[in-house]
Design a protein around this ligand. Structure first.
Ligand code: COA
Length: 321
């Protein structure tokens, strides 16, 4: 079989502090009922003063390394998907590289907002297929609590903090496992639907997340549904082949719409949005880590990952574990 990428390691990290909807409703004109009904979210983890994209990403990476029985020196490349880096530069990836004691290879960040993990996974797979790397650590790490406008009830209830990591490893075996296909999209004309208002290049602005929730919702259902068709037909597969949907965890209603399109029963969809809220680029690797470690997803099963985020960006990845 041609050179391809196996998923061999999984890790996750969530900050200690859990903020419930009830706690938010004590500070904001919202309610537990409203948030649960519209989003499926019950609580979220929020970073403490010392948690950063680097510290959380490094912890998730260390857990993925130990899952795989590897050490930092076995890794050639670190890719970090984040919209909330510690610094504009150096990249969070090189900070994590130093943190985990990896002194060779290279690392860089990928900025595709909530689609970041799928974009990073696709990039990692390409680096492996083109013989530029044998093992790639792919991390999503986000502290959205620091870019939320905590007075905007339309956005601040939706997000949480955390990090997830996977390790891809080159293989030439004939097992039909690993990343089968990835598909990436962006449409910059839709950049104003979900964005951060300012940042390093525009310091006079707020630096807070802004969103037209209803429009993002509509695009998410539309674009993710057609992306699912795209990835399946590219592999000559049908929805009956899918064992698991591991979606970006933005909103239970978006997830259910995609699951319905795939005719997948609820127990074949990995859900963390109820407990994690939307952790942006961290949500898929966190969900994967949970479902692999608790034994739900088993070796040989076919997993569909999909995400949409600011950009708009969206993408899918199909992998046999
Ligand atoms: N608590 C209570 N009421 C709220 C609220 C909250 N947290 N947030 C908004 N509202 C109110 C609005 O002010 C509005 O009130 P009005 O009718 O008096 O003006 C009403 O609820 C309806 O607002 P609307 O924005 O139309 O609600 P909605 O049904 O679209 O749900 C979202 C809002 C954000 C939950 C939904 O649009 C959504 O999930 N969008 C996708 C967001 C997303 O996933 N983004 C990340 C993508 S990576």
């Amino acid at each position: 079989m041609a050179r391809h990428s196996l998923l061999v390691g999984f890790g996750g990290f969530l900050p200690d502090r859990v903020v419930t909807n009830v706690e938010l409703a004590s500070q904001l004109d919202t309610s537990d009922e409203w948030i649960r009904a519209r989003t499926g979210i019950a609580c979220r983890h929020v970073a403490g003063p010392h948690d950063t994209a680097t510290s959380m990403g490094a912890e998730a990476a260390s857990r993925a390394l130990s899952y795989a029985g590897l050490s930092a020196s076995d890794i050639d490349v670190i890719l970090v998907a984040t919209a909330t880096p510690d610094q504009a530069f150096p990249a969070t990836a090189v900070r994590i590289q130093a943190e985990i004691g990896m002194i060779s290879g290279f690392g860089y960040d990928i900025s595709s907002a909530c689609s970041g993990f799928v974009f990073a996974l696709a990039t990692a797979d390409s680096l492996i297929r083109s013989h530029q790397a044998n093992r790639v650590l792919v991390i999503g790490s986000e502290v959205y609590s620091r870019i939320l406008d905590w007075s905007d009830r339309g956005t601040c209830v939706l997000f949480g903090d955390g990090a997830g990591a996977v390790i891809l490893e080159a293989s030439e075996s004939d097992d039909h496992r690993g990343i089968l296909s990835t598909h990436l999209h962006s449409d910059g004309r839709l950049r104003d639907l979900l964005y951060v208002d300012g940042a390093v290049g525009q310091p006079e602005k707020s630096g807070k997340l802004r969103m037209s929730g209803r429009d993002v919702f509509r695009h998410a259902v539309e674009k993710l549904s057609s992306s699912v068709d795209e990835v399946l037909s590219s592999c000559g597969l049908t929805r009956d082949h899918i064992d698991w949907l591991v979606p970006h965890q933005a909103n239970i209603r978006i997830i259910e719409a995609v699951a319905k399109k795939l005719a997948l029963p609820a127990d074949r969809v990995v859900i963390t949005v109820d407990r994690h809220a939307n952790t942006s680029a961290a949500s898929i690797p966190l969900a994967l880590d949970e479902a692999v470690r608790d034994g739900r997803i088993r070796q040989g099963e076919l997993v569909l990952m999909e995400a949409l985020g600011g950009g708009l960006t969206w993408g899918t990845a199909l992998a046999r574990l």
